[in-house]
Ligand binder design. Sequence first.
Ligand SMILES: C[S@@+](CC[C@H](N)C(=O)[O-])C[C@H]1O[C@@H](n2cnc3c(N)ncnc32)[C@H](O)[C@@H]1O
Ligand code: SF4
Length: 425
Amino acid sequence: MSEPVKDLQHYMRPGVLQLPALPPLSLYVHLPWCIRKCPYCDFNSHELSVPPTLPLVAAPRGGSSGLGRPGAGWAGELPEQRYLDALFADLEAALPLVWGRTVHSIFIGGGTPSLFSPEAIDRLLAGIRARLRLAPDCEVTLEANPGTFEKDRFKAFRAAGVTRLSVGVQSFNDQHLKALGRVHDARQAVAAVEEAALAFDTFNLDLMYALPGQSLEQLEQDLAQAMALMPPHLSVYHLTIEPNTYFAKFPPRVPEDDVAYAMLDRITEVTSAAGLQRYEVSAYAKPGHGCWHNLNYWQFGDYLGLGAGAHSKLSFAHRVVRQVRLRDPRLYMEGALSGQAIAQDQEVARADLPFEFMLNALRLKEGFQAQQFFERTGLPLAALERGLQEAERKGLVERTPARIRPTERGFDFLSDLQGLFLPGG
Ligand SMILES: C[S@@+](CC[C@H](N)C(=O)[O-])C[C@H]1O[C@@H](n2cnc3c(N)ncnc32)[C@H](O)[C@@H]1O
Ligand code: SF4
């Protein structure tokens, strides 16, 4: 079901909040197709029944197909041009909500955005530039899967205006890549990262740990291989078994919790020895290579999300609004092309703002400036006081008058810490 489009006056009407200024704005664009649905993935991604012809896509099909996972299965070819038309219609309908604001970062995520041709990404970025004011140093990230890699493709993305590539490697171990249902092997992963390093000044590599059957030693080998490629940015995620995925239905044997903790300790040690700082729970970067786009999320900045199932958070003088686009790609395209792309549009309740802010800000090593809480929520710091006192008592945060940051213990028990700021908590 789509929501009737609201006009600007609806968002500008008086309300309970008084924001002193609007936060920086980012743009997220969701491209929801993949060559094959990974058994652990609950993102809004849809397996193509007719995969595009890319020379390096070598992994065998089958095994993980079609078992009731969310978003599995897309009958037909990648509808590149129609989807771009829908994105532009969606953007045009949303323009009044971000009128006059500068966009500081663009993140093209998925799904597997690197399935789109460089020509399509060029058309996408040109269309965005024609409709929105971009900051001169606007960061433009594109997510890439090594299974979609072919010679010169990444350079062509760079030429289209992408400034940063995020390569979804997950592991450099063929056995684990197979267990994860990935469409690429370790050799392709290394080749893709080497090409990313050649084509881009900055790039990210995604790894996962606590994989089915993974030992601490094997994790160390993954890390050593990752470090040898010298990524300026690394994201490392603990494999989570998400509801409604193939793995939820047929759970693999994963390492015990104490082994997973030992793995995280090693990740922190090895990355730090390589000059990468853990600036967020899952993100490690060399100085100057943090991801601006994700930082803006964690600092409770604004983002407009275009594409199937994309989420937006937008601030106005008297309210903060969250929107979700239609999730099914076919319905999204139909909806967007007829001016009805939005499935949900809700104002964040004043009572929920402290928790929503803390859910993000406490992920950052440096925490947040006290002043920033007021700027982003319009609420006084007193709204956090009870939770902060409790968190300090438990040794989970430290604060000065100007800044609040999680302690190391707070980082280790992040969800407990965040939970202290739940409304009514
Ligand atoms: C939306 S995916 C996009 C990258 C691209 N589609 C790919 O997989 O190569 C972003 C990242 O989230 C991580 N991820 C996805 N599902 C996960 C899960 N269940 N547990 C942990 N990390 C996960 C993976 O590291 C993945 O690279
Ligand atoms: S390639 Fe990425 S988005 Fe696609 S199914 Fe796998 S993890 Fe999910």
